[in-house]
Design a protein around this ligand. Structure first.
Ligand code: GTP
Length: 317
């Protein structure tokens, strides 16, 4: 394994520390403490999963799946449920086959998120990733609400060697998107990444703004593959969940990006958000530099979740 990859896995392992402590040690004491599988066993498991940030929906889904497998496979030993549970969480977190199709197609990606979650950084990292695949990338600075957002995006555009289309502070974000679409088409760009504002305190305006952008893209660039990503700060836990729910009410979200997974004790929120909204976590941010955006990999995530604190995998995982 490359050094960089080891570093990433270790950071993810560290990031999932509290979630792991809550879930895995609790789970293992149930597996060891029960001699057979009964209602009490399931009830205690349910409690542990809910307490461990996985959320009610994910917990029910995981337990339903587990109960089905226990029945179908005539499992009698509680300890045998450990592997099944790990497998079930992994299945819950599967991103689906089409998750990254936009990377391969001519596409327009709207990126939504409230200030400070790491939206601009994520767009910069994504641009860098696409550029490394020899894609032609155009960035639209359609977060015209804050002048600094445009400046910050310009720095990232330089770093990722992507073209940037911006507007004046306070100008109509949809007109920036219009210009960016024209530019992307003229330059035969592969991917147009649009940085959009996410002011949740004014939901109606936000919805109108997003609708307007979508109308323009549909009209001017109907052949483009569409993706709408919401960026959430994993360190905010339940707040991130709340934001995801609210954005889901105003936009057709196709994927979640969870940032700051390198330094959070709340990584389990990834499972909760996916289960609650039925929208996959497609990328995770694990640091501030251009290489620190990773495609979400259910297998790596689950391995990190069930790995002991020193970065070595648990004996049963
Ligand atoms: N540790 C860590 N820091 C991150 C990550 N992603 C972003 N950041 C940092 O989070 C801070 C906020 O990121 P921005 O990209 O400015 O956030 P934004 O959502 O665009 O916010 P505005 O530009 O203020 O709208 C910056 O200091 C980033 O370097 C990550 O995955 N890990």
């Amino acid at each position: 394994m490359a050094e960089e990859k080891v570093g990433f896995f270790k950071r993810l392992v560290q990031g999932l520390g509290k979630t792991r402590d809550n879930i895995v040690s609790g789970m293992d004491s149930i597996f060891n403490g029960f001699s057979h599988i009964d209602d009490d066993f399931y009830e205690e498991l349910e409690e542990v999963l809910i307490m461990g940030d996985l959320g009610v929906q994910a917990t029910y889904d995981i337990l339903d799946d587990l109960k089905g497998k226990v029945k179908a496979e005539h499992i009698k030993e509680p300890m045998q449920c450990r592997e099944l549970l790990i497998e079930s969480i992994k299945e819950q977190m599967d991103v689906g086959e089409t998750a990254y199709e936009f990377e391969e197609k001519t596409s327009v990606v709207l990126v939504i998120g409230v200030n400070g979650v790491g939206k601009t950084t994520t767009i910069g990292k994504l641009a860098g990733k696409l550029k490394a695949q020899n894609k032609k990338v155009v960035l639209a600075a359609a977060d015209t609400f804050r002048a600094a957002a445009g400046e910050q995006l310009k720095e990232w555009a330089n770093r990722a060697q992507a073209d940037l289309i911006g507007g004046q502070e306070g100008s109509d974000p949809a007109s920036v998107v219009y210009d960016a679409v024209a530019s992307a088409k003229a330059r035969h760009a592969d991917v147009l990444l649009c940085d959009t504002a996410g002011r949740l305190h004014n939901k109606k305006n936000l919805m109108e703004e997003l609708k307007k952008m979508n109308r323009i893209i549909d009209r001017e660039f109907p052949e483009a593959y569409r993706e709408t990503l919401v960026v959430l700060d994993a360190t905010t836990g339940q707040n991130a969940m709340q934001q995801a729910k609210e954005f889901n009410e105003v936009a057709d979200i196709t994927g979640i990006v969870l940032t700051k997974m390198d330094g959070t004790a709340k990584g389990g929120i990834a499972v909760a958000i996916h289960a609650e909204l039925g929208i996959p976590v497609k990328y995770i941010g694990v640091g501030e530099s251009i290489d620190d955006l990773q495609k979400f990999d259910a297998d790596t995530f689950v391995r990190a979740l069930f790995t002991t604190g020193d970065g070595e995998e648990g004996e049963n995982s």
